[in-house]
Design a protein around this ligand. Structure first.
Ligand code: 9PG
Length: 457
């Protein structure tokens, strides 16, 4: 690692002595899918393997190298000399979140940030996790987190069917859950039912009626849940064609909001009253059909910098959009995903705090933001302290069919770090072990913190 001066807009806030054998640096990533973990001094931090991944799964405005440590809103350093763990953190994430860098100087780390940070030195009791837990207690208090709502258990269509899900697949699994009497409270339809992102009330050919699906679920005594990416817009959608002024960047120059589903994406401007009226109509319509669990995904899009209808910071705009979603859904359970972490505190009931799981153990290209058992476990542990303080942590779904690599390890991760418990296999694919573990993990949905602030784990 070489010492480079901090980027221009960064100010030095601290210097910390290094013990090459003992110093540990904790980096907190921007949104649900951003790698978040602690590194031993000298270990290279995880960085995106492509521009596409950087934009979709990390903070789009930041491109730190592997030669510096970098946190979005939170970075902690344990110098390893018993002088206490230093926590550099945002104190109020409602209008901005500073990037915080730790760069290697001579025998010391130079900490700098591009906005105000609080500096805490915590000498114990306990380890790094207890320190983060105490920090989270104070952050939650200033953010005014309401009483945490226990999560329902769910079944989710994504991790077997992905975007090919059909209405018949839903019926097959609703019936299987009922027949096996699985402890599933909510059956949640994921991505795949809609004609195009933006046109949420127009169905893909594989679906006849979302209301009929909700009715079928409710007939088994369960609740209906649904996935929406409310702030993403497909360029070819009716929404983009009819209302290009609803996009961040405006009609002539809509901003790039990432690349997924084989196309470049646009972002909905959450400060545009008509855009939010449309999204409110989508949610209230679905509420009317009986859906009362919402997985609001890829919501990072509302926090992308760019020209907006109303002049406000990207984070203030994001929060405004999320607050309006909450109002539209009333008492429904609100799960955030692909979401900037600290700006969401106090706004959601549960939060995906890690990248996706997948039947593969290792991420395809080695990028720890990408779907895989390993990536989901690493960041799920790195954010375990948030559970029971900010919200219920969603570690992602249990997948327990024989084809899942490392399914025992994955089940064990959920046993320890799963607040929201959800199954996402085709139920008919489960063998005896898979069914037993699914039943066991769905029998509980913990609300109390996993990490004690008292230093006892
Ligand atoms: C639906 C899915 C599921 C899933 C979400 C989110 O970086 N990526 O390539 C990437 C792929 C998928 C993804 C997130 C990131 O999944 O987390 O549970 O709802 O969308 O499309």
């Amino acid at each position: 690692m070489t010492g480079q001066p901090p980027p221009n807009n960064m100010q030095i806030v601290d210097e910390v002595p290094i013990d090459a054998a003992r110093t540990v640096i904790y980096e907190h990533g921007w949104q649900s899918w951003s790698p978040t973990t602690a590194y031993r001094f000298g270990e290279q931090p995880y960085r995106p393997f492509s521009e596409r991944n950087r934009f979709l799964c990390y903070r789009p405005e930041s491109s730190p190298s592997r030669d510096v440590y970098w946190g979005e809103g939170l970075l902690a350093v344990d110098p390893g000399d018993n002088t206490g763990i230093r926590v550099y953190a945002v104190s109020d994430a409602t209008d901005g979140v500073p990037s915080i860098q730790a760069e290697v100087g001579e025998h010391r780390l130079i900490i700098s940030a591009d906005g105000p940070v609080d500096i805490g030195i915590d000498a114990g009791p306990g380890d790094l996790n207890s320190v983060l837990a105490r920090w989270a207690d104070s952050f939650a208090e200033q953010a005014g987190v309401p009483a945490i709502r226990k999560a329902p258990t769910i079944w989710c269509s994504w991790y077997h069917y992905f975007t090919d899900v059909t209405e018949a697949d839903m019926v097959e699994n609703i019936d299987a859950i009922e027949r096996l009497n699985l402890p599933v409270d909510v059956v949640q339809l994921d991505d795949g039912y809609q004609a195009a992102h933006g046109d949420w009330l127009t169905l893909a050919d594989r679906f006849g009626s979302l209301e009929a699906i909700a009715d079928r679920i409710k007939a088994t005594g369960r609740r209906a849940g649904i996935w929406i990416a409310p702030f993403l817009v497909f360029p070819e959608s009716d929404l983009a064609r009819r209302h290009p002024d609803w996009l961040i960047g405006g009609p002539d120059d809509p901003v790039y909001a990432g690349h997924n589903w084989n196309r470049d994406l646009f972002a909905l401007d959450s400060t545009h009253p008509e855009a939010m009226e449309w999204i409110t109509e989508v949610v209230t319509t679905m509420c009317g059909w009986g859906y009362d669990f919402y997985k609001m995904d890829f919501v990072y899009a509302a926090a992308i910098p760019g020209r907006r209808h109303q002049d406000m910071s990207p984070i203030a705009a994001y929060r405004l959009g999320m607050q309006q979603l909450r109002e539209a859904m009333g008492d429904s359970y609100f799960l955030g995903c692909g979401a900037p972490i600290f700006p969401s505190v106090g706004l959601v009931d549960a939060m995906r705090i890690s990248p996706d799981t997948e039947p593969q153990y290792l991420p395809k290209d080695g990028d720890l933001s990408q779907p895989s058992v390993l990536a989901a476990m690493m960041t799920g542990r790195g954010r375990a302290f948030q559970h029971g303080r900010f919200w219920v942590n969603d570690p992602d779904c249990i997948i327990a069919r024989p084809a899942v690599e490392g399914r025992e390890e994955w089940a064990d991760h959920i046993r320890h770090y799963g607040g929201l418990r959800g199954s996402s296999d085709r139920i008919a694919d489960l063998d005896e072990w898979g069914l037993e573990v699914t039943r066991e993990l769905l029998s509980d949905s913990p609300v109390a913190p996993f990490i004690s602030s008292e230093g006892t784990s």
